[in-house]
Design a protein around this ligand. Structure first.
Ligand code: 13P
Ligand code: SF4
Length: 305
């Protein structure tokens, strides 16, 4: 079977079996091509809430499939690979938030969507990288605890000087690999290129960027820009996707190291086996956890517009 034949078979069976395939932008291009929707974490959450199909296959990482289940409990939600977790999502325990709340009872706890369902149950509002600034500005409280991504939290803090934002120690190990030395090396090698980075990067990296935004934000910026060359400071699959979508422009990796192992676990063959044989993990969740975790996600969708 060729890649094209496997893709055609997936497209045929998913229609027959009423499956919606949602794909995060960090997945590979052969998986993009069989998606009902490709996007960043915010776009995927919105699609999860509105997809008309009875079954959803989330090609991404566990917290994304959990978000889908939280928003659509009546649907059968598949995770594309059982080991595809996000290390950042598991860095904080609910008890740490409960302890903080006791010391700071009047603080709003803002959780990046890259958190487990269990951690979401003790938070007030979720955000994604593309919606964080708007949502934090819309929160009717000056005192905020932003978890778990310290880099994204610092970036938001810089832009909201009137808010008192506390941070905890956490972050994405993939984006943390990017350094100011990488920026120097890439800028020296590509003097005309604009630097586009994800806010999960360290401040020493995003402070030198021409644009900071989510995966979709970076892609939209590069497509619309009149510039022709770009250094990309996020997961390296975005470099390939952009090169395929904009063949007349030129895209460079900020570093060869920016590869998320978890996002790379799912293969086209996994997708084929799930739609054809019902393999893959089906997300289950206790109703009590789901209802509590839904509150901050609903709040995100309300404040994010
Ligand atoms: P966005 O999808 O919000 O750009 O976040 C990137 C990411 O790391 C997802 O895990
Ligand atoms: Fe988690 Fe970072 Fe991978 Fe995103 S890129 S899934 S935040 S480890």
């Amino acid at each position: 079977m060729t890649i094209k034949e496997m893709q055609d078979e997936i497209l045929r069976i998913k229609k027959e079996n009423d499956i919606c395939i949602l794909v995060h932008a960090y997945e590979s291009h052969d998986i993009w091509e069989i998606a009902d929707y490709v996007g960043d974490s915010y776009g995927l959450s919105r699609q999860a809430a509105t997809a008309p199909q009875k079954n959803v296959l989330m090609c991404g990482v566990r917290f994304m499939a959990e978000t889908c289940k939280i928003l659509s409990p009546e649907k059968k939600v598949y995770l594309s690979h059982p080991e595809a977790g996000c290390p950042m999502a598991e860095q904080l325990e609910p008890s740490m938030i409960a302890y903080y709340r006791k010391q700071h009872p009047d603080t709003t706890v803002v959780a990046y969507i890259n958190t487990t369902a269990e951690l979401k149950t003790v938070c007030d509002v979720c955000v994604t990288s593309s919606s964080a600034l708007k949502i934090v500005n819309n929160i009717d409280n000056q005192k905020i605890l932003f978890i778990p991504d310290r880099n994204l939290g610092s970036w938001i803090k810089e832009q909201c000087p009137d808010k008192e934002i506390d941070l905890m120690h956490g972050g994405c190990p993939t984006h943390a690999r990017l350094t100011k030395e990488d920026v120097k090396r890439a800028k020296d090698a590509h003097r005309e290129a604009l630097l586009l980075v994800h806010p999960e990067c360290q401040p020493e990296v995003y402070h030198q960027a021409d644009y900071i935004g989510s995966t979709t934000g970076i892609m939209d910026f590069a497509k619309k820009s009149s510039s022709r060359e770009f250094i990309i400071g996020t997961e390296n699959s975005i470099v390939q996707h952009l090169q395929m979508e904009c063949p007349d422009k030129r895209f460079y990796e900020l570093s060869k190291e920016c590869v998320c192992r978890n996002m790379k676990l799912t293969t086209l063959a996994d997708v084929y086996n799930i739609v054809k044989y019902g393999e893959g993990e089906i997300i289950e969740m206790e109703e009590e956890v789901r209802l509590l975790a839904k509150k901050p996600i609903d709040e995100m969708l309300r404040l994010g517009g």
